[in-house]
Write a protein that binds this ligand. Structure first.
Ligand SMILES: C[S@@+](CC[C@H](N)C(=O)[O-])C[C@H]1O[C@@H](n2cnc3c(N)ncnc32)[C@H](O)[C@@H]1O
Length: 284
């Protein structure tokens, strides 16, 4: 069983938070208080951004991603992430991981399940700017009986976590918080980045653009050394239009593609699509 809301700091004064009843209190003179929501997540977005309904992905994007991910088509991604995390930190069986930009927590929960000795000795935190994502993650973990994972609404570029607390930081299809990852990682820890490979979702992009360009990859953050790289590549068969639409809504193409391409894709009855994900394990 994991530790509950460990290593969190106050987004206002930076002091450690401790759980008292259904709230987290900081150790500062003003004892800032953050309630644990009924869903089980805590909102640690910095003041001023707390009520920003447009922070992070919108509800429709999150809903589509939840529907698509629950089909299991992306499970090899979280399984690979967990395996690489285990290999990167195999000397310490007790692991604290942070999933930065966790969306609705699907990969976060899967990583917790699949890390070596996961359910027994690892615990983790999923952070997303979208409150609805953090809420969905907390519900998912609760429904799956994964009590070592907590979810926070927060900014990954100013993470509400203490220095050198994490064994692993994951960045899966999300902006990469290099400076913050370097701050919160323990010595010997690793940042694991998963991003779209050159031909990721190739057939979907062919429908949208006719002749798509191959992807250019993602710039890795400065200050880290590349300890390992590998590419995960496999095909998925989407047997109905709903799965195609949900996958489409998860991608950056959803809001910026030609309308005839959108119509062509959404008219497909089924589609076989290549999944290609580049994993990079970075160490300090
Ligand atoms: C493409 S989604 C990936 C979600 C999840 N990792 C997955 O693969 O299913 C990127 C996520 O990063 C989040 N995000 C973007 N900027 C952020 C920030 N500054 N702080 C926290 N989350 C952020 C978005 O809200 C979104 O949920």
């Amino acid at each position: 069983m994991g530790e509950t809301f460990a290593h969190l700091i106050c987004p206002i004064c930076g002091t450690l938070l401790t759980k008292e009843g259904a709230s987290l209190y900081c150790r500062g003179a003003r004892r800032h208080c953050y309630d644990i929501s009924a869903a089980g997540y805590v909102n640690l977005l910095p003041p001023g951004k707390k009520n920003n309904a447009r922070a992070g992905d919108d509800k429709e994007m999150l809903r589509c991603r939840s529907r698509f991910l629950s089909g299991g088509w992306y499970d090899p991604i979280s399984e690979t992430a967990a395996r690489l995390g285990g290999e990167a930190t195999d000397k310490d069986p007790k692991k604290f991981f942070v999933d930065a930009g966790c969306g609705e927590g699907y990969h976060t929960c899967n990583i917790a399940r699949n890390l070596p000795d996961g359910s027994a000795s690892c615990f983790g935190i999923g952070i997303d700017a979208a409150k609805s994502g953090a809420a969905a993650g907390a519900k998912l973990a609760r429904a799956a009986g994964i009590d070592g994972v907590q979810f926070i609404a927060g900014n990954i570029f100013a993470m509400p976590l203490e220095d050198q607390c994490a064994d692993l930081v994951y960045s899966i299809f999300a902006p990469i918080p290099g400076v913050e990852a370097a701050r919160i990682l323990k010595p010997g820890g690793a940042l694991i980045v998963a991003c779209a490979g050159r031909e990721h979702l190739w057939e979907l992009r062919c429908q949208l653009y006719g002749r798509p360009r191959v992807g250019e990859g993602v710039q890795m953050p400065a200050g880290f050394a590349v300890a390992h790289k590998e590419t995960l590549s496999y095909a998925i068969h989407l047997p109905h239009q709903d799965a195609i639409r949900c996958l489409f809504a998860m991608t950056p193409f959803y809001y910026r593609c030609p309308s005839e391409g959108r119509q062509r894709l959404l008219a497909c009855e089924s589609l076989t699509v290549k999944v290609e994900v580049d994993f990079t394990v970075l160490t300090l």
